[in-house]
Design a binder for this molecule. Structure first.
Ligand code: BTN
Length: 270
């Protein structure tokens, strides 16, 4: 693979590409931090404006969903967090994960990589995870105060650079393309897609994005197993409801809505 990466992110070029935009207008860049989500939360609590962006070259405590960690080696990938102050109820904040997944898949596809979305927060290429989203909200009484939207995107990491336990599950743009990609170009496209998707979501709700989301979903029509805190069950994916829950037809013919849980495609079941 032709190498690309190892150099610092071209932050000035990213600023130029985002001139006049809201997402990334205020940009905080770190060589290394614990977690960009934590940094963004500090900025949000201090009253920063919506769209404030934290980007780091590396994270020492990158966080994933369900208490997992996010592998965050330096100079290869994108680790970023946005401060959002959406005019929505706290219960609708989970839908921002879906908005971000669609935006990330679209951004990756702009680089000729056929990305798909896996409910609720993964972006996959050829079945390998290239991006993950961690949305963390803060409430003020009954109101939503802000949401920190964190996104990790594997851009230039080679497959053999992932820890052994992830080598058959994780992917990157460069691993698919066979050459590296300038990270500031990917970041700029990602921010543009996020801002456009977010504005549509705030104006019209998730229902306005649902058809596009379903089109890029890798789960459409698939048999899946849902692992929840209370146990597991199997069904066929119908699609997403307007509120972003996953609709499954279980074997007794009922349509069941899944709010949270880990989804695994069940190959060759039955
Ligand atoms: C997941 O797939 O479980 C979510 C991964 C989210 C990782 C990103 S990297 C930037 C931001 N900072 C973090 O600590 N996590 C998110």
């Amino acid at each position: 693979m032709q190498p690309c990466g190892g150099e610092p992110l071209d932050v000035e070029a990213l600023r130029r590409l985002r001139r006049g935009a809201r997402f990334g207008a205020e940009l905080h860049y770190f060589e290394e931090t614990g977690s960009t989500n934590t940094r963004a939360r500090e900025l949000a609590l201090a009253g920063c404006s919506e769209g404030t962006l934290v980007v780091a070259e590396a994270q020492s405590q990158g966080r994933g969903r369900l208490g997992r960690s996010w592998v965050s080696p330096p100079y290869r990938n994108l680790y970023l967090s946005l401060v959002l102050r959406p005019p929505i109820e706290p219960t609708a904040a989970v839908q921002l994960t879906l908005v971000a997944g669609l935006a990330a898949a679209r951004a990756v596809r702009a680089f000729d990589v056929a990305a798909q979305i896996k409910w609720p927060n993964d972006v996959l290429v050829d079945g390998r995870k290239v991006a993950g989203i961690l949305a963390e909200m803060e409430t003020d009484g009954e109101q939503l105060a802000f949401v920190i939207l964190g996104l990790g995107l594997n851009v230039n990491l080679a497959l053999d650079e992932f820890p052994p336990e992830l080598r058959d599950k994780a992917g990157s743009l460069a691993a698919t393309l066979g050459h590296g990609v300038e990270r500031h170009l990917v970041a700029a496209r990602l921010l543009a897609e996020l801002e456009a998707g977010y504005d549509r979501f705030c104006a019209h709700g998730f229902g306005a994005l649902r058809a596009e989301w379903n089109e890029l979903s890798c789960l459409a029509g698939k048999r899946v197993r849902i692992d929840e805190a209370g146990g597991s069950y199997v069904g066929s994916v119908v699609g997403l409801a307007d509120d972003g829950t996953l609709e499954l037809r279980t074997d007794d013919g009922q349509v069941q809505r899944v709010v949270a849980g880990d989804v695994t495609i069940v190959d060759g079941y039955r």
